[in-house]
Design a binder for this molecule. Structure first.
Ligand code: ATP
Ligand code: MG
Length: 426
């Protein structure tokens, strides 16, 4: 069970079940706070879409309050969903009550019934200064009541149980559990990026990091079929399904890359092959990004991880792009990346073996410190525009939706005019 919470049915007469959601970093954004809050509100509505008839949501004071009409709503399920919404600091499951100290005492007592604990703390905040007692006085009063009622002691530093009381907007919210939210910024608030997604550990984590910074992430994957198998693409689809939980709806662009790679293999020196693969991936991804009005590219590269990721080679790859290439893992160890992969649920997918398109005719001794002059010289033998066009013209697109958007997605698909669109996953 996510949190111990006595059946809400018992309290229906005196109080309303609520979830109080505290905003994360957006509380720092003074100038465009309204914009961020609107994004967060929309994302919460989307996350809870299939429950929409059962609650109302209101904003104010760095928090949203989700109120339920019925005590039968599966509040645990809702809280689990909210844990994946970026922009939320914490999720508090509790009740809304009138502003009366006697009510605070009795409701706090009810919330702690059936619980075994030795020490207690009461933590009150009072943005609504119309309430006559200050927060310390409320803590003392309710704390004394609870200590007497349950024969326990107060402990302000590491109590077994904490009761939170928020006195705000003419009412009060009381809760016993604060579930940690996902933090970050609401997805969509920072704009759009195109992430180069492989089946490995790094790029899903890099994508997740950018989702957490409020970006909408479009995914692009390159494959070398028929020279490599379908395994990598299947894994990428599974990874997009995992990442879609954080943005509700994703687009995956799939680029057959074998023909482009053949041209590279035939016309450039072997030791620079992987660098050219990457430069062309970046060019195709950038063309897609421009078409889709994205602002930057994202990769899972980390400085020094493999030959193509020395500082020099990163610079040589970068030079093929005009857009910024974000590398959120650039300063991370593999261990740190894998730990995040475990948390977000991509680890078990990425750990499966697969052949990436970069392994296609990979050189035995790849350049670790490529010379830009040599790269330019070799690349002059290639028709860059034509190769990028080759990648783009065979590109297909698949869409992924969280289950609560499933019905809508099917309807929209029937009306779509997007020529790259092919398959809908839900
Ligand atoms: P690993 O976790 O095994 O290192 P990786 O995907 O990071 O997997 P790298 O060879 O390190 O593999 O690739 C560096 C980056 O290049 C990836 O993080 C990804 O952003 C991009 N990339 C590599 N292969 C592909 C591919 N087939 N399609 C799209 N992007 C790719
Ligand atoms: Mg890597």
């Amino acid at each position: 069970m996510l949190f111990a919470f006595p059946s809400l049915k018992n309290y229906l007469v005196v109080m309303n079940p609520v979830i109080v959601v505290h905003h994360h970093e957006i509380t720092l954004k003074r100038g465009n706070r309204g914009y961020f809050e609107k994004m967060l509100m929309n994302n919460i509505r989307t996350a809870l879409k299939d429950f929409s008839s059962q609650f109302t949501i209101r904003g104010g004071y760095g928090r949203f309050v989700i109120e339920f009409d019925s005590p039968d709503t599966n509040i645990e399920e809702l809280a689990q969903r909210l844990k994946l919404v970026f922009g939320i600091a914490n999720i508090c499951v509790g009740v809304k009550v009138e502003q009366r100290i006697e009510t605070f005492c009795s409701i706090a007592g009810q919330l702690l019934n059936d619980t075994s604990f030795q020490t207690i703390r009461v933590h009150t905040t009072r943005p609504d200064k119309r309430f006559p007692m200050n927060s310390v006085a409320v803590n003392v009063k309710v704390g004394e009541y609870l200590c007497n009622r349950f024969s326990v002691r107060a402990n302000l530093t590491s109590p077994d149980e904490t009761i939170f009381i928020e006195i705000v907007e003419g009412v009060a919210y009381i809760y016993r559990s604060k579930i940690q939210g996902a933090g970050g910024l609401p997805v969509g608030a920072s704009g759009k990026v195109v992430s180069l997604l492989s089946a490995g550990f790094d790029s899903p984590v890099a994508s997740w990091r950018m989702l957490k910074r409020g970006c909408n992430v479009l995914f692009v994957h390159f494959h070398s079929m028929p020279y490599t198998g379908i395994q990598a693409l299947e894994q990428v689809r599974d990874l997009v399904t995992v990442l879609t939980k954080y943005q509700f709806h994703s687009k995956l662009f799939i680029v057959p890359f074998a023909d482009v790679q053949n041209e590279i293999v035939l016309n450039t020196p072997q030791h620079l092959r992987v660098i050219f693969y990457r430069r062309f991936m970046i060019r195709v991804a950038e063309a897609l990004a421009k078409e889709r009005k994205a602002e930057a590219l994202v990769t899972g590269e980390a400085v020094g991880q493999v030959a193509s990721q020395t500082l020099r080679n990163i610079r040589v790859i970068d030079e093929a792009a005009t857009m910024p290439i974000l590398r959120p893992l650039s300063g991370m160890d593999k261990e740190e990346t894998m730990a995040t992969a475990r948390i977000i649920g991509s680890y078990d997918i990425s750990k499966e073996p697969y052949d990436d398109c970069c392994s296609f005719l990979a050189p035995r001794n790849p350049a670790t410190w490529a010379s830009l002059e040599e790269v330019h010289e070799a690349e002059s033998k290639l028709d860059i525009t034509q190769l990028v066009e080759m990648g783009l013209s065979n590109m297909t697109m698949e869409e992924f939706f969280v289950p609560q958007l499933q019905k809508k997605s099917m309807k929209e698909k029937l009306n779509t005019t997007d020529k790259a669109e092919q398959v809908v996953h839900a």
